[in-house]
Design a protein around this ligand. Structure first.
Ligand code: HEM
Length: 500
């Protein structure tokens, strides 16, 4: 038996591999002829690995091109060893997943086990009762009173004490700034104050390396490599052997969690706890288990840090390239604010809100989001979903559907979101056509907070400064881990407006 096996395996491989390779090479050469819909060809065992690898540096754009070339805006990607993932930009499918059949589409085991080491059971990584409980307690952090406090105490302070002085100095000294980095520092300080009541002081003129921010970033980068790995079990083997990126991940996650726990211990010493951050809310509600509150706080930092900074980075690039829109924004800022914009005034800046929404349509901070099917199902467009299949809706592709946005979908045109009678009013789109903040029961908890924060930053910066890209002629490259970024940063010069 043994002998027969040893003899027959190489014989089998010699017989099967060469014809398979010939088939793959021939199909690859002819793919442009036989494949008008851009659907990737799939091969036994290998799936579509070759074309996946070919497009690994432009995954989001590549998937978007395929989705938008299909008649029902949906396709299935075949990864090696039979792993499948459905991608959709079909609004009816999105509504089905996120709302009408919400209970059939969970974060799921793949998502949870991949992120567990970093996020534990935090809201971002939880399903069922645990998710419901965290959502309920956290939602108080986002009521009108808390939002007003956030804008007036946290955002305004960071703006006037840190961001504006840095921009003033850059304008005076003609320094080149990486505006993406500056905005990330801004939102990192903001989110730490909301989540912990802690100020990491990451946005300082010296642009310091705040240890917490650096290890948080590194852990996030490594964990997203797990997600993007084409053969998922490889990271598990590396983790079991404690080698390479998995070893680095273990070390950086430990540092992040230790840091968070230290803050929690200090907070517990406060008596009584009077702060209004999220951590205090859980602690005063009697939920003092250190691991549990650490999980919650880390999820919030992940959800709120790079999202608003990504949105603002692309926004500033777009308005520089559309001076007529920038002028309209300046007009609105001047009309709706006295000298310094406060909560109510910022809230009513509809033209700016439209410009931000339009910017996120083209460059969504979260380009796609993935769920897992609990049971077999059929989507509204007829796509069959097997139990356990991963299914991603794709806001980046959804912002590029001609049938939805018109032939001028590639144009940055805030007017799509506005109606004008005596003055502008904002016309929102249904959240399944524009799921930039997700939709349904798990819609982003921070959506309103994010808009307020972004509008406040826009009002504060645009009123006083012009943000001028150093490389004016080039369109920056959109890249993404969990959240999107401008590849290589956003190098700018700052000009102070004389008529401010
Ligand atoms: C422009 C800014 C933002 C965008 C585009 C955005 C987008 C999203 C998206 C797409 C999700 C769903 C992710 C998924 O489950 O796959 C989400 C969830 C969430 N976001 Fe945001 N977000 C933004 C800002 C914020 C901010 C500032 C906060 C908090 C301060 C926040 C808190 C959350 C939370 C807690 C969840 C999880 C909700 C749940 O699962 O029930 N977000 N966000």
């Amino acid at each position: 038996m043994q002998l027969e096996f040893q003899f027959s395996t190489p014989l089998f491989l010699c017989t099967i591999i060469p014809p398979l390779l010939i088939l793959i090479l021939t199909r690859l050469r002819n793919s442009h002829v036989s494949n008008p819909t851009k659907l990737p060809t799939s091969y036994p065992i290998f799936g579509s690995i070759f074309i996946i690898l070919k497009n690994k540096d432009r995954r989001v754009q590549w998937i978007s091109e395929i989705i938008t070339s299909t008649p029902n805006l949906t396709f299935t990607l075949h990864r090696p060893f039979g792993y499948r993932q459905i991608f959709t930009a079909n609004a009816a499918n999105v509504q089905h997943m996120l709302k009408s059949h919400f209970h059939n589409y969970h974060k799921g085991d793949t998502f949870r086990t991949t992120l567990q080491d970093f996020l534990g059971d935090g809201i971002f990584n939880a399903d069922g009762e645990n998710w419901k409980f965290q959502r309920q307690v956290s939602s108080h952090q986002f009521n009108t009173k808390s939002l007003r406090k956030f804008v007036e105490h946290v955002v305004d302070k960071e703006l006037s004490d840190r961001l504006i002085p840095i921009l003033k100095s850059a304008a005076a000294n003609k320094t080149v700034l990486d505006f993406q980095d500056i905005l990330q520092r801004f939102t990192f300080d903001n989110i730490c104050k909301i989540a912990f009541g802690y100020d990491p002081a990451y946005l300082l003129p010296s642009l310091p390396e705040a240890k917490f921010a650096v290890v948080f970033d590194y852990a996030l980068k490594l964990i997203s490599e797990r997600f993007n790995s084409n053969i998922p079990f490889i990271w598990k083997i590396k983790r079991a052997l404690d080698i390479g990126s998995e070893r680095d991940l273990k070390i950086s996650v430990k540092e992040v969690r230790e840091f968070a726990k230290q803050i929690i211990r200090e907070k517990k010493q406060e008596s009584p706890i009077e702060s209004v951050d999220l951590l205090s809310r859980f602690l005063t509600g009697g939920h003092s288990d250190e691991d549990f509150v650490t999980d919650i706080v880390i999820s919030f930092i992940l959800a709120g840090r790079d999202t608003t900074s990504a949105a603002l980075t692309w926004f500033f690039w777009l308005i520089y390239n559309h001076p007529e829109i920038e002028n309209e924004i300046i007009k609105e800022i001047k009309e709706s604010t006295s000298s310094e914009p406060v909560y109510d005034e910022v809230k009513n800046m509809v033209y700016t809100q439209a410009s931000l929404s339009e910017s996120m349509r083209l460059y969504p901070p979260v380009p796609l989001s993935t769920k897992s099917a609990v049971n077999d199902d059929v989507l509204p467009d007829g796509t069959v979903v097997r139990k356990g299949t991963r299914i991603s809706y794709h806001p980046y592709a959804m912002g590029r559907v001609e049938g939805v946005w018109g032939a001028d979908w590639a144009e940055f045109r805030p007017g799509r979101w506005l109606e004008r009678a005596e003055k502008w009013s904002f016309v929102g789109r249904d959240p399944f056509t524009y799921p930039v903040f997700q939709a349904g029961p798990r819609v982003c908890l921070g959506k309103e907070m994010a808009y307020l924060q972004m509008k406040r930053v826009v009002a504060g910066v645009v009123r006083q400064f012009r943000v001028v890209p150093v490389e004016e002629s080039l369109e920056p490259v959109y890249v993404s881990d969990f959240t999107s970024k401008m590849k290589g940063g956003f190098k700018v010069m700052i000009e102070e407006r004389i008529d401010a």
